[in-house]
Design a protein. Structure first.
Length: 183
């Protein structure tokens, strides 16, 4: 007999499932060497979406087609994302029905970073990926002249940047497109 207890159980299960975020099969390819600024962002995102972080050297480009969602993260060096990361991207075979997201840190940070993202985004789209999210924030920078003054963007990414990275990752998890360029 269908009891009151059973119907309550079904209702509770339905509510829990409705609010739940589906964990997708994901991986993050990360290039971060200057102050490991981008690595801090990668760790926050990886924790939320449950993905492994790999360096370009650890990545077999043809294996990326096995993932539903692939994250590409890097610092900006001479107006570009890391060469090693871009090289992996060049070698990825054409994919269908796969999603990607981009994240990075730079001395410039914020909206000034849009142009760094654009070329990577276009490349991903040409490979067949749908780009579902972008995140960028300032990173501590002691390159060139900034070294003399003790560096720019001291302490970045800071606690607030990491909080925003978490929000970004939660959007990815909920399958909600999100673009966050932080000043
Ligand atoms: C060799 C070098 C070149 C850089 N070139 C740029 C640049 O062109 N534009 C910029 O905004 N930041 C530039 N930066 C600053 C880095 O993008 C910034 O510090 C970033 O957070 C480094 O990320 P990472 O610690 O993950 O490697 C450069 C840093 C280095 C070391």
């Amino acid at each position: 007999m269908f009891t009151w207890l059973q119907s309550t159980k079904i209702r509770v299960t339905y509510t829990l499932l409705k609010g739940a975020c589906v964990q997708v099969n994901s991986v993050i390819i990360l290039f971060s060497y200057h102050h490991k600024n981008t690595e801090k962002i990668a760790e926050v995102i990886a924790k939320v979406i449950g993905s492994e972080i790999k360096t370009p050297a650890q990545t077999d480009p043809s294996s990326l087609a096995n993932f539903d969602l692939v994250g590409f993260g890097s610092g900006v060096y001479y107006n570009k994302f890391g060469k090693e990361l871009l090289e992996v991207l060049e070698k990825i075979p054409q994919v269908t029905g796969k999603k990607a997201f981009i994240f990075g840190t730079s001395g410039r940070g914020g909206n000034g970073a849009a142009k760094f993202h654009r070329s990577l985004k276009e490349k991903l789209q040409s490979k067949g990926f749908t780009v579902v999210g972008e995140f960028h924030c300032p990173g501590f920078d002691t390159w060139g002249p900034f070294k003399i003054v003790g560096g720019a963007n001291k302490g970045r990414p800071n606690a607030d940047d990491l909080k925003q990275a978490k929000t970004f990752a939660q959007s990815l998890q909920k399958n909600e497109p999100s673009v966050l360029y932080i000043e």
